[in-house]
Design a protein around this ligand. Structure first.
Ligand SMILES: [Cu+2]
Length: 346
């Protein structure tokens, strides 16, 4: 009996050893399958990354063409052409960098995917030469782009040419008021204390002789002469607005209490632009580019660029804001208003 139990115990131990050996073998086999599976997954993921890169490039290409007709027509001002050039240079420069860096990123993800025979043998956490290159090269490129931008900005904000046509544009919630200097080519002074919605929307100083022939357009329409520099005197009656001239590639804040200026030369008449855009309803737009209140969306003015002859004809049809027939309508000048400094506009 004891022999039987001993043999049975030996048999059972052998069975256990055999089973453990079998289990190890199964585990080894499973491990090999897992590795194989991992290898396959790595390959699929790496290939998908490369595919994603090409899909991304294709999507950019498609976006470009599908949005082409929503782009602004060519710049309608001389200064705007410089901005367009700047935009092109920036787009091409950053486009090249974008393409190279992303091509390398996705290609390396594919090329250096995990494999059995690849072991990392060298780590480098820091490399002065590399740091120097990738800091200085972008810094130089950015400095050049900023310098070009500053030069263009200084052009449009610098003193305008002596023969520039001076026009004032004032924002108010929610429209633009445009003032022309009349035949004397000088805008009269303004004083915010004289502002009266019914009789004097801009607070024009009626005692200033230069204001006598000033023309005020409250319909937000601005007339410009093609090929002639125009200097905008920009102001606001209430909050900060912004004179946005997308077709001329320019914009300038209209700040209450501060006069800002901007000058440019329109190069394409409204009639010519209608032909260029093949749109008979085309109008140059003055958009308010600064969120200014609940009516901001509707704060839209228009610009008519015309020839000198057309402009002269239009100007002749305009009456001065303060009609000479009604000088008595002006309130008696009180000494307080007279003593306050008027906003000098020249
Ligand atoms: Cu606005």
């Amino acid at each position: 009996m004891s022999i039987f139990i001993t043999v049975a115990i030996i048999f059972l131990v052998l069975m256990i050893v055999y089973q453990i050996a079998q289990a190890s073998e199964y585990a080894a086999a499973l491990r090999a399958t897992e590795k194989e599976r991992q290898k396959k997954t790595n390959y699929i993921m790496a290939s998908l990354l490369v595919a994603f890169f090409f899909f991304g490039l294709y999507a950019i290409w498609q976006c470009h063409f599908s949005l082409l007709d929503r782009m602004l027509p060519k710049s309608a001002s001389l200064q705007g052409e410089a901005y367009d050039m700047m935009f092109k240079v920036t787009l091409i420069t950053t486009g090249i960098v974008f393409f190279i860096t992303h091509a390398l990123l996705f290609w390396f993800a594919f090329k250096y995917k995990a494999t059995d025979d690849r072991k990392t043998s060298f780590f480098f956490a820091h490399n002065n030469k590399l740091e120097l290159i990738w800091t200085t090269v972008p810094a130089i490129v950015m400095a050049v782009l900023v310098a070009i931008g500053l030069r263009n900005w200084m052009t449009v904000t610098s003193p305008a040419p002596a023969d520039a046509h001076v026009i004032e544009i004032v924002g108010k919630q929610f429209n633009w008021i445009v003032r022309y200097p009349g035949t004397d080519k000088v805008l009269g002074k303004r004083n915010y204390r004289d502002i009266n919605d019914a009789t004097n929307v801009l607070g024009i100083d009626q005692k200033d002789p230069a204001s006598k022939d000033d023309i005020v357009a409250q319909n937000g329409e601005m007339h410009l002469v093609v090929g002639k520099p125009v200097k905008l005197i920009i102001g606001s009656r209430d909050v900060i607005h912004d004179v946005g001239l997308p077709h001329f590639r320019l914009k300038m804040d209209a700040v209450p209490g501060i006069t800002t200026t901007l000058w440019f030369t329109p190069t394409i008449t409204s009639a010519e632009m209608k032909e260029i855009t093949k749109n008979p309803n085309f109008v140059y737009e003055i958009s308010c580019d600064q969120m200014c209140g609940k009516g901001h969306y509707s704060m839209r003015g228009t610009i008519i660029v015309e020839t000198q002859a057309e402009y002269d004809k239009w100007l002749a049809s305009q009456a001065p804001y303060f009609a000479p027939a009604a000088p008595a309508a002006a309130p008696a000048a009180d000494s307080a208003a007279a003593a306050t400094p008027a906003v000098a506009v020249k």
